[in-house]
Design a protein around this ligand. Structure first.
Ligand code: FES
Ligand code: FES
Length: 155
């Protein structure tokens, strides 16, 4: 039996009907049309579905939609602002850290959660923050470089 819940995503409230077993990932993609959050493994292993919930990077395939109630959820769609791309997005483009892009929304959200708490991370901290995000295209060097550059405010 479905239940009506309210999810706050990217600063806006949304009422949605969810089944007890619906994941946050399902609801973001299928009910709210926020398809920037990707489904890779569906089992918590790849990080493609990463969103930020109350300031923490979480794999939305492992979060029940009902657990998202009362939380502040941010997806890749909420990263850019009216002023343009987020510095992390600009750095990913500038450093060529994107190939197919499937992993990138999750990478960006993990990186954002890190930089919000640790604005000047070490390379080790960046690598640790991205350890749950798998990429099958680029390797990780350019991705890590891009996060370090965004943190340093390098253009
Ligand atoms: S789809 Fe969620 S971790 Fe892979
Ligand atoms: S850019 Fe293709 S999986 Fe990372």
């Amino acid at each position: 039996m479905k239940e009506l819940i309210t999810l706050r995503v990217n600063g806006r409230g949304h009422e949605v009907r969810v089944a007890p077993w619906d994941t946050l990932l399902d609801v973001l993609r299928n009910e709210l049309g926020l398809t920037g959050t990707k489904e890779g493994c569906g089992e918590g292993d790849c990080g493609a579905c990463t969103v930020v919930m109350d300031g923490r990077a979480v794999t939305s395939c492992l979060v029940l939609a009902r657990e998202g109630q009362g939380r502040e959820i941010q997806t890749i769609e909420g990263l850019a602002s009216d002023h343009g791309l987020h510095p992390l997005q600009e750095a990913f483009v500038r450093y060529g850290a994107v190939q197919c892009g499937f992993c990138i929304p999750g990478m960006l959200m993990s990186a954002k959660a890190l930089l919000d708490v640790t604005p000047r991370p070490t390379e080790g901290e960046v690598r640790a923050a991205l350890a749950g995000n798998l990429c099958r295209c680029t390797g990780y060097v350019k991705i890590v470089e891009a996060v370090m550059a965004a943190a340093a405010g390098r253009r």
